[in-house]
Design a binder for this molecule. Structure first.
Ligand SMILES: NC(=O)c1ccc[n+]([C@@H]2O[C@H](COP(=O)([O-])OP(=O)(O)OC[C@H]3O[C@@H](n4cnc5c(N)ncnc54)[C@H](OP(=O)(O)O)[C@@H]3O)[C@@H](O)[C@H]2O)c1
Length: 318
């Protein structure tokens, strides 16, 4: 009896493994990025690091936007050593603080004549509720408001450069996200997973709204789910859950290099040139409501989130 059970579970596990291997998307583009500049947020670890390494191999000027300069410099040295591209630099950016975002942008606008690719990759998950000195909730600020402000402040440079691309790294959990306009700092209910789900949904609404606003330009924006990847994203979640994920991850999760493929596809591939406002998974458009929140198509909701975000980030006065 036990042998039968083990054989069935083992076979199902094997079928799942084979299925996950088959559906893995791979960016096949050989695009050379000589003369181009990219900013990648959260580039010191996980898929941000893998994306930065890939762009460096393609001879891009890579700006690694990191909240911890020491960790950023270590990662940068590793990328330079691995790729031989010395045009890789680290700049301080903590997306949780709007003042820091503004300082980062001021440096970029002062020093960089062009910006071809902006990858909004950084995020936090599973943190405790934390209100910053700017009266914003830190997960909301890092995952949504910071990227919102950063992208808007860099739009002028992206437009000036021309044919530039913005990529929002979201997540499949956007499906269960929601936007509570009357409780944007989760005063009433804070479950450590909820802000992550909600902000990943906000990434999708932002992508859709900005893509509509950019219709008359040649700047494109897309969002994506990178897959489930062995990274440090779960560092803040409870230990038992982390352990379970670790062991399952050894068998079934993607490596950071595999997890970076859809980001790279959206940022450099010829097939995605001029494509905007879509949600990608495994290097393919997956706009179906199986993979994306049904409310992602609610233009009123996206517009309202935009206006609320403008006020919260100080882009407009309340
Ligand atoms: N891993 C997955 O299975 C998975 C699944 C779906 C979506 N994603 C998405 O993939 C993206 C990358 O995550 P990952 O898995 O590569 O995780 P990761 O290894 O934890 O990388 C996250 C990066 O974001 C940085 N970061 C965090 N807070 C920041 C802030 N306030 N300002 C600037 N940078 C900050 C981190 O810097 P520090 O090193 O200083 O903390 C780190 O470099 C995220 O958007 C995540 O939502 C991941």
């Amino acid at each position: 009896m036990w042998w039968w059970l083990l054989a069935v579970v083992g076979s199902l596990g094997l079928v799942l493994k084979i299925y996950l291997e088959i559906i893995k998307g791979k960016c096949t583009s050989k695009a050379d990025l000589t003369g181009k500049t990219a900013i990648i947020t959260g580039a010191n670890s996980g898929i941000g690091f893998a994306t930065a390494e890939d762009f460096a191999r393609r001879k891009c000027r890579v700006i690694m936007a990191c909240r911890n300069i020491e960790r950023g410099e270590k990662a940068c040295a590793k990328i330079i050593e691995k790729t031989g591209n010395t045009n890789v630099v680290v700049r301080k950016l903590d997306l949780g603080y709007m003042e820091c975002v503004r300082e980062f942008v001021a440096t970029i606008l002062r020093d960089e004549p062009r910006l071809d690719i902006l990858i909004n990759n950084a995020a936090v998950a599973g943190t405790k509720r934390q209100i910053t000195s700017e009266a914003l909730e830190y997960t909301l600020a890092t995952n949504h408001l910071g990227p919102f402000l950063l992208t808007n402040l860099l739009l002028g440079l992206l437009k000036k450069t021309g044919h530039s691309r913005i990529v929002m790294v979201s997540s499949l959990v956007n499906i269960i996200g929601k936007i509570n306009f009357d409780d944007m700092t989760w005063i009433r209910k804070f479950d450590s997973g909820e802000p992550y789900f909600d902000t990943k949904f906000a990434n999708i609404l932002f992508t859709k709204e900005l893509s509509r606003r950019l219709e008359d330009s040649d700047v494109v924006i897309n969002c994506l789910h990178p897959g489930t990847i062995r990274t440090e994203l779960l560092r803040n979640v409870p230990q038992p859950f982390k352990l379970i994920c670790y062991f399952i991850g050894l068998l079934y999760f993607k490596s950071p290099d595999e997890g970076a493929q859809t980001t790279i596809h959206c940022a450099v591939c010829d097939a995605t040139k001029g494509v905007s406002g879509h949600y990608f998974m495994d290097c393919e458009v997956r706009d179906h409501t199986w993979y994306i929140n049904k409310k992602a198509y609610d233009e009123g909701l996206a517009k309202k989130l935009w206006e609320v975000s403008e006020k919260m980030t100080g882009m407009t006065s309340s």
